[in-house]
Design a protein around this ligand. Structure first.
Ligand code: PLP
Length: 397
């Protein structure tokens, strides 16, 4: 799938809607409330609107402000890497959205002459970004049965190491796009076990694309953080964070790359290299956005209120997923294992069915030959009701 195909489908749906047609647009990864509007917190809007001072409109440093990087680490990882940060083992670079963080992590993978491994069902843009750097990549099977496919993956990592000497393993977790899979604690433990094994240790960097981290129950991040904390010497973890989904300000383009390594030299050098590349790619991050986020997250009361509001959004998406999956079961539609987050992906003849559905003004994203992604985040409960049955009908048309 072309890496801009989803945005194109979304535009088609929007223009039909504008022309007055009743549309079901489940193509794009943006959360809309039951009223069809972005659930932007009033406190976010209020703080954003204030940030038009010289200090917001001037260039920031390339790496981003210390305040922003510090409160981003705390927001996404709480205090887990406090000590690492004090020792210089955790470094941050502000980015243009999660895409910017993924881009810098792929740049680092290219610099370290790694083979990139991405899931078989994955965000299509990984291939676009890797292609831009000429970074070699392979897909790994996300699943073995209904669980994370670690056994086959371990073999593929070993083969990659034989061939390239170094591997960058991307795990999009929690709430994988497009499947909604999240690794269980035992699965993260098993990943950590593999990376510590002497056949792999010191030669595999972990890229955790955590763009949807705030849409999984809070406990999901514990096992992931524990796994990262156990990384052996010589390895690094690149956390790719995005505020797009967290605060529903997709167009503001704000994210962060967090680099953790158990060796000072690695954390420092990779952060320097990433910063140099950021300067080349986009110059400086969004100063106004960084200042607004820092103001929001430095105030404990506002921060807690934001967490509560995001929790409400998460609960709403979960309600939508429960309804949709129940109706998929009733209609006999097969879907990939789903745990949390914005999307469910149906295991079906995606392109043909997506085309049939478009004739009825239903827009979904055929993300793979056998992967039709339904963006539950963008559909109200009333639009989801009956959708599985309509998809089932389109299967036989
Ligand atoms: N990673 C994944 C898996 C995504 O789905 C997205 C956005 O759709 C991103 C990263 C990038 O997010 P952003 O809009 O913050 O660049």
């Amino acid at each position: 799938m072309s890496n801009d195909a989803i945005l194109t489908i979304n535009q088609m749906a929007k223009s039909r809607q504008k022309a007055g047609y009743s549309v079901i647009n489940g193509s794009i990864g943006m959360m809309f409330g039951e009223d069809g509007k972005l659930p932007v917190s009033p406190s976010v809007r209020a703080v954003l609107s204030k940030h038009v001072l010289d200090d917001d409109l001037s260039y920031s440093s390339v790496r981003g402000t210390d305040a922003y990087l510090e409160c981003s680490r705390k927001w996404f990882l709480s205090g887990s890497f406090d000590e690492a940060a004090r020792k210089g083992l955790y470094e941050g670079v502000a980015t243009l959205g999660g895409t910017g963080a993924v881009t810098l992590s792929f740049y680092l993978a290219k610099q370290t002459k790694s083979l990139l491994l991405i899931p078989s069902l994955a965000w299509p843009n990984y291939e676009g970004v890797a292609g831009g750097f000429g970074l070699p990549f392979e897909h790994y099977d996300l699943y073995e049965g209904r669980s994370f496919g670690l056994k086959k993956l371990a073999k593929q990592v070993a083969d990659g190491l034989d061939k390239y000497g170094r591997v960058a393993l991307l795990i999009n977790d929690p709430c994988e796009n497009p499947t909604g899979y999240s690794l269980e604690a035992e699965e993260w433990d098993a990943v950590a076990g593999m990376l510590s094994d002497e056949r792999y240790a010191g030669r595999v960097d972990l890229i955790i694309d955590a763009a949807y981290i705030d849409y999984a129950p809070a406990g999901r991040r514990d096992a992931m953080k524990k796994a990262v904390g156990q990384l052996p010497k010589g390895d690094a973890c690149y956390f790719c964070f995005s505020y797009s989904k967290t605060f529903s300000f997709y167009g503001l383009r704000l994210g962060a790359l967090g680099i953790y390594a158990s060796e000072l030299d690695i954390a420092k050098k990779r952060a320097e290299a990433a910063t140099k590349e950021a300067r080349a790619l986009w110059s400086v991050p969004n100063h106004m956005g960084m200042n607004a986020v820092s103001e929001l997250l430095q105030d404990e009361e506002t921060k807690e209120a934001l967490r509560d509001e995001i929790e409400e959004n998460r609960t709403l998406v979960k309600k939508r997923a429960d309804l949709f999956l129940k109706e998929c079961d009733e209609a006999g539609l097969a879907y990939y294992p789903y745990k949390d987050g914005f999307f469910v992906t149906l295991d079906c003849e995606a392109e043909r069915i997506a085309k049939n559905l478009m004739k009825k003004d239903i827009y979904l994203a055929p993300i793979d030959k056998r992967g039709l992604r339904v963006a539950l985040c963008s559909l109200s409960l009333s639009k989801i009701k009956g959708l599985a049955e309509k998809i089932k009908e389109s299967e036989s048309e």
